[in-house]
Design a protein around this ligand. Sequence first.
Ligand SMILES: [Zn+2]
Length: 130
Amino acid sequence: MNKYLVAGIVALPTYVAGLVGLEAFSLFNSHPVTTQRELEELVVAEKARLECKAPIKPILSSQGTARSLPKDAHGEYTLLVGELGANNRSIKHEVYHICKGHVDGEPSFLKYFFWNEPITALYEAFGIRF
Ligand SMILES: [Zn+2]
């Protein structure tokens, strides 16, 4: 078997496990956000930390989610969190995605999976910025 293929077969699950582990570590160290006001305050604080001017409309959902959506017709990004996804770490993660332009346009799967997501997970877990 081709040595690069073998390396890929070994590396990919290791990479995925690392990424999942990093996000699980972060979730374990998170605290829940239960009010719209707390959500808004966290978004404002996170934007200030990132020196980010992107207009973000935070929505506390009743469904389990943590997502950031591209600009709407009013030029605002939407940050949607709910249930398990409504915690300070997920909010930090989604604000970083928005502020770094990860939700602008359509990134390829490879760029998303091997760049956008890991650098965001590192920021979420350790505050490391790229
Ligand atoms: Zn993400």
